[in-house]
Design a protein around this ligand. Structure first.
Ligand SMILES: Cc1cc2nc3c(=O)[nH]c(=O)nc-3n(C[C@H](O)[C@H](O)[C@H](O)COP(=O)(O)OP(=O)(O)OC[C@H]3O[C@@H](n4cnc5c(N)ncnc54)[C@H](O)[C@@H]3O)c2cc1C
Length: 416
């Protein structure tokens, strides 16, 4: 039987989704030997195709990170839908608040982009780096975490020895399990029904979100005459809705979504997602680090999940580049624990803020209804406060001292 040679690398990243591939693209120019493993090859971009089901609202801070990783030009050359305004309302449109990019002097509040296109652009950015090996599609047959260097064997027969193992392998992270890192997790009593729909008329540079006692509903513009619709509801109701044929499901959308939206004329894709808040008890150990959904998942109602992942990648890449430059051991706990210190509390507070939103808006208890209506009205009128909240949500940094004390508690101090 032939003996397989083991390849030594500085960093082995498991998971070439949006976060793992963008992290690799950001550190690739250093010359470190990097292997990136992804078990599902993304389909190539076809401009004639309809938009995918899985999309994300990327903040300006995430877009800056993708620019630094040299992935943004490829995304811009494919497709994305910038939005300048965000309308949030509770049941009636007159109890709403409008967030506008002009209020914080930025060209847009974000872009809605198909997850696969972000991944494709990051993988493309890796092509010019001979020091990076992309293993896709391939999968782990065995993973042996060791603080001084992990051993990874792949189904293809290749094997690797890595000074640093990075888990960017999503919520069900194999790296997290291999490193013996525990997970706190809680299932929300709500599922998300997600659909790509055809739309006609209406404005296209705006996202809409309405809070109802059953859960939020949102419509996000996509390039062309498409939008991504998300309907949060009890798991049993989402299951029932998904048994409907296309005509009946479209009727349900038209009946239950606000009339003020563009007309929903067709259904392209549909699916559903269970929603879990989870947080790894540690992000790092000597020789291993977790980023993105491998470290934390969050209620998606405010579209923060992958944006937090890009912030993880930005902080971790800076620390790794510095350690490499200073000829330090790349898997040493000294710099890895700085990554955990800079990211874990902020991610935890964001999870709690999303829980507060989800609970505060998804019920019909009278005092909470009063408080959220008041909150939306205040948000509409308090110029400086509103500006600071928008800046924070966009990852543009905010002056926490300008916020009232209860909000300061919710908004973590930026350390990066
Ligand atoms: C309904 C819904 C809507 C959302 N909307 C938004 C939004 O608008 N904005 C936002 O910021 N976030 C949003 N999110 C969250 C966002 O989708 C996730 O935070 C994001 O996908 C996490 O990226 P990731 O790369 O960390 O993990 P993943 O996207 O899970 O990627 C992990 C990758 O690793 C690969 N992989 C896994 N295991 C292995 C293995 N053993 N070997 C090799 N490869 C492996 C997978 O194939 C995958 O490509 C939403 C989530 C949901 C459910």
């Amino acid at each position: 039987m032939p003996m397989n040679k083991t390849t030594a690398v500085d960093i082995f990243i498991v998971g070439g989704g949006m976060i793992g591939s963008s992290l690799a693209a950001q550190i690739a120019p250093s010359g470190m030997h990097i292997a990136l493993l992804e078990n599902r090859a993304p389909a190539p971009y076809d401009p004639a195709s309809t938009p995918d089901l899985r999309v994300s609202a990327l903040s300006p801070a995430s877009i800056s990170f993708l620019e630094a990783a040299k992935a943004w030009p490829a995304i811009a050359a494919m497709r994305s839908a910038p939005f300048r305004r965000m309308q949030v309302w509770e049941n009636q449109r007159d109890q709403s608040t409008l967030f506008d990019a002009a209020e914080v002097d930025v060209p847009c509040l974000g872009h809605i982009i198909e997850n696969r296109l972000v991944q494709l652009a990051c993988l493309e950015a890796l092509q010019n780096h001979e020091n990076v090996t992309v293993l896709c599609p391939d999968e782990i047959s065995r993973i042996n975490y060791h603080p001084e260097g992990s051993h990874i064997s792949l189904a293809s027969g290749q094997s690797f020895e890595a000074k640093l193992l990075i888990g960017a392998d999503g919520a069900n992270s194999q790296v997290r399990k291999a490193a013996g890192i525990a997970l706190d997790s809680r299932q929300y009593p709500m599922h998300a029904l997600v659909a790509t729909v055809n739309i006609e008329g209406g404005e296209r540079d705006i996202t809409w979100q309405r809070f109802t006692p059953d859960g939020p509903q949102s419509l996000l513009p996509l390039p062309g005459d498409y939008a991504s619709l998300v309907w949060y509801h009890r798991p049993s109701e989402v299951r029932r809705l998904l048994t409907l044929d296309d005509t009946a499901l479209l009727d349900a959308f038209r009946q239950h979504f606000p009339k003020a939206l563009p007309e929903i004329t067709g259904l392209v894709h549909r699916g559903s997602f269970a929603l879990t808040r989870s947080h790894a008890t540690h992000y790092v150990r000597q020789g291993v680090a977790l980023i993105g959904d491998a470290a934390h998942t969050i209620h998606p109602l405010a579209g923060q999940g992958v944006n937090l992942g890009f912030q993880d990648a930005a902080v971790l890449s800076n620390l790794l580049l510095k350690a490499w430059h200073d000829h330090k051991q790349i898997g040493a706990l000294s710099h890895l624990s700085q990554y955990e210190q800079q990211r874990k509390l902020g991610n935890h507070l964001m999870q709690r803020a999303m829980d507060a939103f989800s609970y505060g808006f998804s019920n019909d208890i009278a005092p909470l209804r009063f408080a959220r209506n008041l909150g939306l009205r205040l948000a509409n009128h308090q110029g400086p406060l509103k500006r600071e909240v928008i800046r924070y949500a966009l990852g543009l940094g905010t002056s926490r001292q300008h916020l009232p004390a209860p909000l300061r508690k919710l908004i973590p101090q930026r350390t990066a």
